[in-house]
Design a protein around this ligand. Structure first.
Ligand code: 4NP
Length: 157
């Protein structure tokens, strides 16, 4: 069983997208029993909200239903409950590393783009919140690519 937590700032755009895409991939392969997948935000301002309407619309066009509710990342609980804590950008990683209390917790932190297979030139999944349609499409392209790499990584380890 692999327990994976996707983390971004608001938990209304990138990390719920990653959660839905990874869940779809796992389901498609009949591997639901091998994975526990969730997402959380480092900023609590959107707690309880559905994903951003723009993110939901772009994701729906690719067949993903984003219906999770935003929640805040709780360091003590989440570092204990998950094997992989996957941030979306450099700022997320910086914050997660500051919240980790020891080396064991630090070793659980990864950046989403570490798992990219085709989109190698990207160092992070950029925050789409203040941008336009292209930003959301780029997020989805990166998440689809990286979740494929992540799935393979999980099957190997
Ligand atoms: P996310 O996007 O981190 O991908 O969920 C954002 C959502 C909200 C804000 C920033 C980024 N915000 O500033 O409220």
């Amino acid at each position: 069983m692999k327990r994976i937590l996707f983390v971004c700032l608001g938990n209304i755009c990138r990390s719920p997208g990653a959660e839905a895409i990874m869940k779809a991939k796992v389901k498609e392969r009949g591997m639901e029993r091998e994975f526990f997948i969730d997402s959380a935000g480092l900023y609590s301002g959107h707690s309880g909200s559905l994903p951003d309407e723009r993110m939901r619309r772009h994701a729906a066009r690719r067949g993903y239903c984003l219906d999770s509710r935003a929640r805040t990342f709780y360091a003590m609980q989440d570092f204990a409950d998950f094997d992989l804590i996957i941030g979306m950008d450099g700022q997320n990683i910086h914050q997660l590393k500051r919240l980790a209390e020891n080396e064991e917790e630090r070793k659980k932190i990864f950046k989403m783009t570490d798992f990219c297979q085709d989109m190698k030139g990207y160092e992070e999944v950029p925050d789409p919140y203040y941008g336009g349609d292209k930003g959301f499409e780029l997020v989805l392209d990166l998440l689809e690519d990286a979740t494929e790499g992540l799935y393979k990584y999980c099957c190997k380890t």
